[in-house]
Design a protein around this ligand. Structure first.
Ligand SMILES: C[S@@+](CC[C@H](N)C(=O)[O-])C[C@H]1O[C@@H](n2cnc3c(N)ncnc32)[C@H](O)[C@@H]1O
Length: 196
């Protein structure tokens, strides 16, 4: 299975994770869809479930690959709640988060701006949306202050610094447990599970 940007070397782990963890009526959320490589790869795996829900959020809809079947997606306004099937919000996650019900998302991939402040903000918004036993995946989970430069928030890519500050690393944050880090060829993925 092929996924999107800087997913090389992570494909097998991500695919088997989705096969193991995504069930019947679960919901997958991706913050930062870009051209849709990962979003469409996930869709390919979960669309066999009649009740699956996917939520993609990205303000730069012009990035979307024209070969994707985006006509069949439900294009949502920020205040419109998602429904079963594919939901796409061409907005920043900050504008959309309130429309997603608490404890409704099984797997969230945080892959938008990788500056520390933005990652902390996105996790804080997504945390109440995750079901007990659900997961948050951080892409570009690398070494601290590793770059590249994130012009959106004038800082370097620092996902691991955000995870430290959130208390996720070291398992200091109540109800969250570090599961594992998958090492990719270009970027790593950090996996955290919400415990009951
Ligand atoms: C690294 S790319 C995403 C790659 C994609 N997940 C994949 O696997 O191919 C980052 C994307 O995050 C989007 N982005 C930046 N800030 C965002 C925000 N506040 N909310 C949602 N998306 C955002 C950018 O427009 C960009 O397309």
């Amino acid at each position: 299975m092929k996924f999107g940007i800087a997913m090389a070397g992570l494909e097998e782990r991500f695919q088997s994770f989705l096969i193991d963890e995504f069930k019947e009526s679960d919901c997958y959320l991706e913050i930062g869809v870009a051209y849709g490589g990962t979003f469409s790869g996930v869709h390919h795996l979960v669309c066999r479930f009649p009740e699956y829900t996917m939520i993609g959020v990205d303000p730069n809809k012009r990035y979307l690959d024209p070969k994707l079947d985006t006509e069949s997606w439900a294009w949502r306004q920020p205040e419109e709640p998602p429904d079963v099937g594919v939901n796409f919000y061409p907005y920043r996650f900050e504008a959309v988060a309130d429309s997603i019900s608490p404890r409704s998302v099984k797997i969230a991939l945080i892959d938008a701006c990788h500056g520390k402040a933005c990652v902390i903000n996105h996790f804080s918004l997504v945390e109440p949306k995750i079901v007990d036993g659900g997961f948050v995946l951080f892409h570009d989970f690398g070494t601290e202050d590793s770059g590249p430069y994130q012009d959106h928030c004038d800082s370097l890519c620092n996902v691991v610094g955000a995870c430290k500050e959130l208390g996720l690393i070291g398992n200091h944050r109540p109800h969250w447990k570090f599961q594992e880090a998958w090492l990719g060829k270009e970027a790593d993925m950090g996996i955290f599970q919400k415990t009951v």
